[in-house]
Write a protein that binds this ligand. Sequence first.
Ligand SMILES: Cc1cc2nc3c(=O)[nH]c(=O)nc-3n(C[C@H](O)[C@H](O)[C@H](O)COP(=O)(O)O)c2cc1C
Length: 279
Amino acid sequence: MLKDEIERRTTEGRAFMRFMRAEPLQSDEPYQTDQEQKLPQPPLVKARMRPEEAPIALPQDFTGLAQGLDLTQIIRRRKSSRVYTQQGMTLQQLSYLLWATQGVRGVRGKSYATLRTVPSGGARHPFETYLLVQQVDGLVPGAYHYLPMEHQLEFLGPVEDLRANITASLAQQSWAAKADVVFYWSCVPYRAEWRYGIMAHRIVMVDAGHMGQNLYMACAGLGLGTCGIGAFDDDLCGELFGLDDADEFIVYTAPVGTISDKNAAEEAAFYTFVEEDGL
Ligand SMILES: Cc1cc2nc3c(=O)[nH]c(=O)nc-3n(C[C@H](O)[C@H](O)[C@H](O)COP(=O)(O)O)c2cc1C
């Protein structure tokens, strides 16, 4: 039956986001996506997880933040940084990074889609942003969820053994535990599946790249360091933010911290194996 096949393929499609597998539909029955069937669309953003708590307003004025670099200089400076100096970030800097990666700049139609600072196939924007905060002015260390419509954060609670959890959640990449904040982006697949059906998963992963690149560029503009992280512990990441793992799971992560040119040798040490292995 087409229904069964679509269900199986949707599950495989979600697996495709992790394992890059795809195959053509075998059924001859006509297939329509949920949007084509005029089924109701899912919410554009996740509802507040702690509606009983007052959310934290984020600064919206970014004047004076960037270091006066033009786009060409920012593109030139974009790189991965894994050595952080632990000086702490300001709330204005964090606000800028959240805006640059997922900020909402408008709504298409009555509530058809959000338009954001990054592109997304069909403007589905299937991501949610979670943070583990260690050192950001004005924020208690712990777990946070970004509310893009309001440009606010909600505090999800303190996290025991925060540093150890950062390391473990990023597949034991212990250098990341010196980050001031770690971004964990989840995907809510149905936001994209509603429109794209079994095609959705590839598009979602392309979308994730735009978000990651904007984080890199925004960090370069502010003189902060980041590194996209694809090696993470799916289960632990999900547990940290209470995600159900079927309808929402983490797909991409990135630590952010302060950096210094003085650490160039330590940065380079991550790649000594290239010479050692004669690559
Ligand atoms: C999707 C993605 C996943 C990555 N995963 C990791 C990772 O798990 N660990 C790591 O140290 N670097 C990771 N990186 C960083 C790359 O290694 C880095 O971009 C690459 O070495 C090129 O260096 P550059 O970003 O400085 O140009 C990742 C980058 C991307 C875009």
